[in-house]
Write a protein that binds this ligand. Structure first.
Ligand code: 13P
Length: 255
C-alpha cells in the first residue's frame, strides 16, 4: 500500500451467499469489529440483500456495493438492474467484470467497459476485475492480458473519473481455490495494471488509483499481501463471509 498516494480499500464480495436475514446478522456482527478501520470497508452483496445491508450498515463505516449493474438506464432487459435503482437503494460501489461473470454469464471486455461507463457516469464507484487464467499465465500472457483488460475496461473513462475507479487484480487460478498468488506475484500483477493505467493516463494519475488483489486472500496472508507497494487492499470472497476473518483483513490494511 502507498496510503499517502491512494486509498486502501478492503471489499467483501459475497457472491451468491446470504439471505436478507443472514445479511442483517452478519453485518451486525462485523460492525464493531471494523469500526476503527483506517481503510475503506465495503461489502458487495446480492441485489436482494441490498436493502437489509444498507439498513444494517447505517451509522457505521461499512459501505455497501452491488455485484453487477446493467449498462442501460432502463427498458426491456429482463433480470437486470440499473444504476438509478442501485443508487436509490443506497449503493455506493459496484463490482464489474468479475471472472465468474466472464466465465459463466458471457461477460466480455466490451460489456465490462459499458457497465463501467454506466456506473461511473452515475457517480458510483466501480470495482473492475481483471485477471489471467492459469493457461494464459503458463503461456506467458499475464502482462499482455492484464494490460489489455485494464485498457479495454477504461475505454472512454475520463481522467477525472479515475478517482472512482478501483481495479481488482484477481488471477482466475487463485479464486476460491485456496491457492493464493504469492505476495510478489500479486505485486507484479497489480504493477502491470498500474502500468496500463499509466500508459493510458500518465504515470502521475496512475499512482493515485487503488489497485486491489483478490483470490484466496484471508486472515493469514493479508498482512504480507498489503505490505506490497502496489497492493492497495483486497477483494475478498470466502473470508468476507466470516466476521472475524474479514475484520483481521481490515486490520491488516489499517496499519
Ligand atoms: P476468494 O477470496 O473466495 O478466493 O474469492 C475471491 C474473489 O473472487 C473476490 O471477488
Amino acid at each position: 500500500m502507498k496510503k499517502e498516494l491512494r486509498k486502501a480499500v478492503i471489499a467483501g464480495n459475497w457472491k451468491m451467499n446470504n439471505t436478507p436475514a443472514q445479511t442483517t446478522a452478519l453485518i451486525n456482527e462485523m460492525k464493531p469489529l471494523v469500526a476503527d478501520a483506517d481503510c475503506e470497508v465495503v461489502l458487495c452483496v446480492p441485489y436482494i440483500d441490498i436493502p437489509a445491508a444498507v439498513e444494517a450498515a447505517k451509522g457505521s463505516n461499512i459501505k455497501i456495493g452491488a455485484e453487477n449493474v446493467h449498462f442501460k438506464a432502463s427498458g426491456a432487459y429482463t433480470g437486470e438492474v440499473s444504476t438509478d435503482m442501485l443508487k436509490e437503494a443506497g449503493v455506493e460501489y459496484v463490482v464489474i467484470g468479475h471472472s465468474e461473470r466472464r466465465t459463466y454469464f458471457g461477460e466480455t471486455d466490451q460489456t465490462v467497459n459499458l457497465r463501467s461507463l454506466a456506473a461511473l457516469n452515475a457517480g458510483l464507484k466501480a470495482i473492475i476485475c481483471v485477471g489471467e487464467t492459469l493457461e494464459q499465465r503458463e503461456l506467458g500472457y499475464t502482462e499482455t492480458l492484464l494490460k489489455f483488460q485494464t485498457k479495454m475496461a477504461l475505454t472512454n473513462v475520463k481522467p477525472e473519473q479515475l478517482k472512482n475507479v478501483i481495479i481488482a487484480y484477481e488471477p482466475v487460478w487463485a479464486i476460491g481455490t485456496g491457492v493464493t498468488a504469492t505476495a510478489d506475484q500479486a505485486d507484479e500483477g497489480n504493477g502491470f495494471v498500474r502500468e496500463a493505467i499509466a500508459e493510458a493516463y500518465g504515470a502521475e494519475l496512475a499512482e493515485t488509483v487503488t489497485v486491489q488483489y483478490g483470490g484466496s486472500m484471508n486472515a493469514k496472508n493479508a498482512d504480507e499481501l498489503v505490505a506490497k507497494v502496489n497492493v492497495d487492499g483486497g477483494l475478498i470472497g470466502g473470508a468476507s463471509l466470516k466476521a472475524q476473518d474479514f475484520s483481521v483483513i481490515v486490520k491488516a490494511a489499517s496499519k
